[in-house]
Design a protein around this ligand. Structure first.
Ligand code: NAP
Length: 267
C-alpha cells in the first residue's frame, strides 16, 4: 500500500490518481499535518510518496523557520516511520550559474530560503529514500504558472513575464507516472524533469498559443519583476543515473489544457 502526503496539492493529487489502482491512502494537510507526528490510524504503508511541502518560494524568505518546519521537520517526521519513501525536491537547490543541464553529481548551492529548506529536507529523508528533484511543476489543479497565465490571458491583452530564467516546466501527471519507474532504482538522488527547456516568457507564449488566446507576452527581466526570493537563472535538470525520461513540456501543457477544458480538473 502507498501513502501520499500533501494529497491536496497538485503533485499529491496526481500521485493519488496514478497509484489509485495499486491501493493508496491519500492524506491532505488536514488529515496529516507533517509538522506533527503521524495520526494513529495510518495503516502500514510499504512506500510513502511525500508530496507535502511549503512551496511558497517568496514567502519562505519572510518566514524561513516556518518553511523549514515543514520541509525539514516534516520530512524528518515522515522518515521516522522507517518506511521507504520518495521525497520530492527542486531545481532551486542549484544556484543557476551553469549553462548546461544540472546532473545529480553537480553540487547544490541554493540561493533562496526555500531552496535551502528543500536541500536540508533531502538530508532529513534518511537512507531509505529516493529523492526526486523536479522543476517548474504544473497541472490542471492548484496554484501554478499555467493556471495563472490562463486567468491573466482572459483578463488582459498583454502580460509581462520574465525572460531570464530558463528551466523545464514539468507536468505533474508525467512526474507521477515516472515515480513508478524510480521506485525500481536504488535509493538516491534522481533528476526527473520534462524534456525541453524554455524561459517563463517562452512558456507563457506557448500557453497562450495552445489555449488559442491572443494575449501578448512582454519579456521582462527578473530584476524588473522584483520578487523577494532569488531564483536560478538556469536550472535545467537531466539525469546521469538512468532516471526515467519524461515527455516534452509542451505535451504536458497540451494535456493540462485539455483536462481543464474537459472540466476534469478540480480545485
Ligand atoms: N511547484 C513547483 O514548481 C515545484 C518544483 C519542484 C519541486 N517541487 C516540489 O514538489 C512537491 C510537490 O509540490 P506541489 O507543486 O504539488 O505543491 P503544492 O501544490 O503547493 O502542494 C503542497 C501540498 O502540501 C501541503 N502542505 C503544506 N504544509 C503542510 C504540512 N505541514 N503538512 C501537510 N501538508 C502540508 C499543502 O497544503 P496547503 O495548500 O493547505 O498549504 C499542499 O496541499 C514539493 O515537495 C515541492 O517542493 C515543486
Amino acid at each position: 500500500m502507498y501513502l501520499v502526503t500533501g494529497a491536496g496539492g497538485q503533485l499529491g493529487g496526481a500521485l493519488c490518481e496514478e497509484f489509485d489502482e495499486d491501493g493508496v491512502v491519500c492524506l491532505t494537510r488536514a488529515e496529516w499535518d507533517v509538522e506533527l507526528p503521524p495520526p494513529a490510524a495510518l495503516g502500514a504503508p510499504d512506500v510513502i510518496l511525500h508530496a507535502a511541502a511549503w512551496t511558497n518560494v517568496d514567502g519562505a524568505e519572510d518566514d524561513p523557520q516556518g518553511a523549514a518546519a515543514v520541509n525539514v521537520g516534516g520530512t524528518a517526521n515522515v522518515a521516522a516511520l522507517g518506511v521507504p519513501l520518495v521525497v520530492y525536491s527542486t531545481d532551486y537547490v542549484f544556484d543557476g550559474q551553469k549553462s548546461e543541464p544540472y546532473l545529480e553529481s553537480d553540487g547544490p548551492n541554493p540561493r533562496s530560503a526555500y531552496g535551502r529548506t528543500k536541500l536540508h529536507g533531502e538530508a532529513a529523508a534518511g537512507e531509505q529514500a529516493w529523492i526526486i528533484r523536479s522543476s517548474w511543476l504544473f497541472g490542471p489543479t492548484g496554484n501554478n504558472f499555467v493556471r495563472t497565465m490562463l486567468r491573466l490571458g482572459e483578463e488582459r491583452d498583454e502580460v509581462a513575464v520574465v525572460d531570464d530564467q530558463r528551466g523545464s516546466p514539468t507536468y505533474v501527471g508525467h512526474l507521477a507516472a515516472a515515480t513508478r519507474q524510480v521506485l525500481l532504482l536504488p535509493y538516491g538522488v534522481y533528476h526527473v524533469a520534462a524534456a525541453g527547456d524554455v524561459t517563463w516568457a517562452g512558456f507563457a507564449e506557448a500557453i497562450f498559443e495552445e489555449a488559442g488566446l491572443p494575449t501578448r507576452v512582454r519579456r521582462i527581466s527578473t530584476a524588473e519583476l522584483g520578487r523577494p526570493a532569488p531564483r536560478p537563472e538556469y536550472s535545467v535538470l537531466r539525469s546521469e543515473k538512468g532516471a526515467p525520461e519524461l515527455p516534452h513540456w509542451r505535451e504536458g501543457l497540451r494535456e493540462t489544457i485539455a483536462a481543464i477544458r474537459a472540466g476534469t480538473a478540480t480545485e
